[in-house]
Design a protein around this ligand. Structure first.
Ligand code: FAD
Ligand code: NAD
Length: 467
């Protein structure tokens, strides 16, 4: 067996692992990264990037279709059609460009990338079965071991993935658009991809076990998203339990909240009921590390219970977001390089890219009390209508808690991703620890949602200036 030695060995080349590797190499640490698949992990290959690409394409098609009818804007197109295979090729091109970019960056910084499946021997030793056929396995020894193996999709018992039952990975590369799609789970993936398929022309039915869509989000934020699903014609069933596929294999059997059974016809079923840390199949159990539920337990420096074994990203549990994994990866590299760092962000923003009705919230990491005060309102200043004539008029709800002037938790739901982007600086300001007075005292560009967030702050301060 071939043997190598490195200072830092990283298992997993997703946003957590590759950011850690680049930062470590920049800081002069000899770094090896083991990745079994294409660099970029879930985020670049089968997650954030391909899903946002399809959201963009589906929305463009949806808007174009509106212009085949009456248009108050005076825009008319004869007919609209979509070549889904070409859309998927376009999406794959974006993914390839970005994953190629990651590969180039790792090379440029001198990170040694080993393509293969890693298996832990002990806290300082990892065996890698190389991807190259007939290649000898490699043993890599290290001083620091960073675990960044990410997460995998959760399946439904009695309804395994395969055939008509697909996960987000297959849903991101459709060969064609099914006539009828049933989506199980009204969380991030179910709503983002459910809307994509609806805009591509499928009849979409969403089944959610809880009594609300996006159950993690506050009620006020969810209302405009629910309204936009209704307008799009997406059927939503709340409080339903999925029993399995019917005998004919063409419908999903469900129980409603009163226990009545019915069938929802389905050409395809997208199961999107959450993801779980990838803790099996690579010898993690050898280390007997402390766990927190199904995730690896880490402290505020991403140290596991074993010295010099670190863990970041989805493997360490919620919130399973790419930007959290990246921030943790950068921090671990800096700690190993001797810097004093802790993972204690004021907040971690999250966006569910439904549209219209983009929904935001912050996960605040410190255990502070919630709900001292809140503000929920619609803006008084007019916002320009969106381009497509049959889109709803812009609706915005801003919602915030501010104990003693310090923003604690904020949420926002809005129509139009452009406005969301314009707004984002305001959230960054508050996330950076600005007080209510700071947010209220910032003059925002018109017409953006920044104005409305300022208005919320002024209201909470009792200055009803803009009301
Ligand atoms: P991953 O990205 O999962 O990377 C782990 C890597 O480790 C993988 O490449 C895997 O092949 C490799 N690996 C695992 N085990 C081994 C082994 N034994 N040997 C070698 N290699 C191994 N987050 C957002 O912030 N915004 C979004 O818009 C967003 N959209 C998403 C959409 C979808 C459809 C999905 C599924 C997820 C989305 N996410 C989004 C979540 C985001 O993708 C993850 O939070 C993020 O990728 C986690 O990064 P990570 O580095 O922890 O793990
Ligand atoms: P999720 O946790 O967001 O949503 C899962 C939903 O399924 C929940 O509403 C849950 O109540 C429901 N559910 C669970 N079991 C069910 C059952 N048996 N029947 C019906 N409903 C059931 O999970 P997801 O949508 O699979 O996404 C996984 C993770 O990926 C997310 O937690 C998120 O961290 C990440 N992600 C993020 C983004 C983003 O940031 N925009 C986008 C996609 C995914």
């Amino acid at each position: 067996m071939d043997a190598q030695h490195t200072t830092l060995l990283i298992i997993g080349g997703g946003p957590g692992g590759y950011v850690a590797a680049i930062r470590a190499a920049q800081l002069g640490i000899a770094t090896t990264l083991v990745e079994s698949d294409t660099l970029g992990g879930t985020c670049l290959n089968i997650g954030c990037i391909p899903s946002k690409a399809l959201i963009h394409a589906a929305d463009a098609y949806h808007q174009t279709r509106h212009f085949t009818g009456d248009s108050t804007l005076g825009i008319h197109v004869q007919s609209a059609s979509i070549d889904v295979a070409q859309t998927v090729r376009w999406k794959d091109g974006i993914v390839a460009r970005l994953t190629g970019g990651v590969s180039a960056l790792l090379k440029k910084h001198g990170v040694k990338v080993v393509k293969g499946w890693a298996r832990i021997v002990d806290g300082k030793t990892v065996d890698v079965t190389l991807a190259k056929p007939e290649a000898e396995p490699t043993r890599i020894q290290c001083e620091h071991l960073l675990l960044a193996t990410g997460s995998v999709e959760l399946g439904l018992p009695g309804m395994p993935f395969g055939g008509r039952v697909i996960s987000s990975t297959q849903a991101l590369s459709p060969a064609s658009v099914p006539a009828k799609l049933v989506v199980v789970g009204a969380g991030y993936i179910g709503l983002e991809l459910g809307i994509v398929y609806r805009k591509l022309g499928a009849d979409v039915t969403v089944v959610e076990a809880q009594n609300s869509i996006l159950p993690l989000y506050d009620d006020e934020l969810v209302k405009p998203v629910a309204a936009s699903l209704r307008r799009l014609g997406v059927q939503v069933h709340l409080g339903y339990k999925v029993q399995g596929i019917n005998a004919a294999g063409d419908a999903v059997r469900v129980h409603d909240n009163a226990g009545r059974e019915s069938e929802l016809p389905a050409d395809q079923v997208l199961v999107a009921i959450g993801r779980v840390p990838r803790t099996h199949g690579w010898g993690l159990e050898q280390l007997m590390l402390a766990m927190q539920g199904r995730a690896l337990k880490v402290d505020d420096q991403c140290r596991t219970s074993m010295r010099n074994v670190w863990a970041i990203g989805d493997l360490t549990g919620e919130p399973m977001l790419a930007h959290r994994a990246m921030a943790q990866g950068e921090m671990v590299a800096e700690i190993i390089a001797g810097k004093r760092r802790h993972f204690a962000p004021n907040a971690i923003a999250a966006v569910c890219f439904t549209d219209p009705g983009s929904c935001h919230r912050w996960f605040v990491t410190q255990g502070m009390p919630r709900r001292p005060t809140w503000t929920a309102f619609r803006p008084t200043s007019p916002l320009p209508p969106t381009a497509a004539p049959r889109r709803p008029s812009p609706l915005m709800v801003s919602y915030a808690w501010w104990p003693g002037g310090q923003p604690l938790d904020c949420g926002l739901a809005s129509s139009g991703r452009g406005r969301v982007r314009a707004e984002y600086g305001v959230f960054a300001l508050a996330g950076g620890g600005a007080t209510l007075e700071d947010v209220g005292g910032t003059i925002h560009a018109h017409p953006t949602l920044g104005e409305a967030v300022q208005e919320a702050a002024l209201r909470a301060l009792g200055h009803a200036l803009h009301v």
